[in-house]
Design a binder for this molecule. Sequence first.
Ligand code: NAD
Length: 484
Amino acid sequence: MLKHFIDGQFNPSSSEETFPNVDPATGKQISKVAEGTPEDIDRAVQAARRAFDGEWSAMTQGRRLDLLQRVAHGIRARFDEFLEAEMRDTGKPRAFASRIDIPRGAANFEFFATIARALEESAYQTETRDGLGAVNYVTRQPLGVVGVISPWNLPLLLLTWKVAPALAAGNCVVVKPSEETPTTATLLAEVFKDAGVPDGVYNVVHGHGPDAAGEALTRHPDVSAITFTGETRTGTAIMEACAPHIKNVSFELGGKNPAIIFADADLEKAVAGTARSTFSNTGQVCLCSERVYVQRPIFDEFVEALAERAEALTVGDPFDDATEMGPLISREHQQKVLAAFESARDDGATFVTGGGVPELKGSFAEGCFVEPTILTGLDEDASAVKDEIFGPVCHIRPFDSEEEVVELANDTRYGLCAAVWTENLSRAHRVAHQMEAGLVWINSWFLRDLRTPFGGVKLSGIGREGGRYSLDFYSETKTICVKL
Ligand code: NAD
């Protein structure tokens, strides 16, 4: 059974309730997981507060950051265990998880330990009437206990993306991983213990969100901030729960991201890039392109080439090295994606390819798979074009002019990212500046420099994380004014 990790110890739930953890590739149960209660959250928050008031804050920053480097080494030393756990929990193909999820999980600790050492502080000289002046200097202080609530699509990567900077800034954390993917957060607890990180600095409480452990964490009065990645409507609920205590929040939420392909694009690269941005991780990346706009002269050629790539994808056993696309995360999510296909069908979509469940043999016949799917012919107000599906699917629509496509791309409640494919440099910059999004890729997708700010506009989130932007969120600044 996967237990909570509170104050350096693995604990069952105070209620003794459990829930099943299921492998989405086979539909079989992998493990039982402790269902956290508000009492468990309270114990974890108190442990984190004690560690914060005690050993963690008393330690020099250098020692704290050395410990985070050891956590990075600890993940790398157990790479295969982390990899297998992540693949079982999510159904991700080995090629993806071994190249992205686990390396980034380790790199996040290394990166934030390095960035925190190099952080500059600022000072300002102020003129005064007596001519002697004053000096203001700005210090940073940790917030205290930070609540981390993470999703299932990139479990270790997105959890460590928040835990690493929170700890590097001197906070302690209580983590509530997604109920769909509890294993790597638990393995990480073992790594923390082996690295010698003091008890109470990293705590994990498993369980569900509403009326359960997740909500209890957001409502706890001793939690200073909540950092959350997940669905937009969950963000709304968390914001309401945080309001009474005016908690700081950082939200990385949903998207309905456009990819824009101009007729002067390098077609081969644009097709390959859009195939990646639509089908990677079975379309379960917040940055995936679900709306593709292609300039009319190359529309037919582009659609045909993308469909060819979709049909060539090897779908099935995540542990087979040849597999390029695994299942969706759960039966429930599979039903949701299939319902979105039905709604597109009702709205008159043309299914260029896909739209159903692939026929897989043996144990994978019970997996939560769907086919890579390409739609055309829908109006912009169809649900499949407006609402996030979070599956391996995009809708492709032709456009004529730059002005028209900018308007179409921005006509959404979301604003996480956009991809623009063109060989015209001026146009690339011009369009990028007009995109209502936190991140715009030109002739690429998913290329990330961890020093840059990451986050969305509109319903895609609040705040920015990445590099010093993360450390800004996980610290409070204080100005000290010294009259000379
Ligand atoms: P989700 O919102 O359903 O769940 C995320 C986490 O929130 C889980 O741990 C869940 O238990 C918890 N939760 C749910 N309700 C809660 C509540 N009322 N109070 C406290 N906690 C609660 O999201 P998901 O289905 O796990 O993830 C998919 C979504 O995440 C998609 O919308 C995707 O776009 C988004 N996402 C965004 C980013 C980004 O960086 N913007 C990255 C990855 C995923």
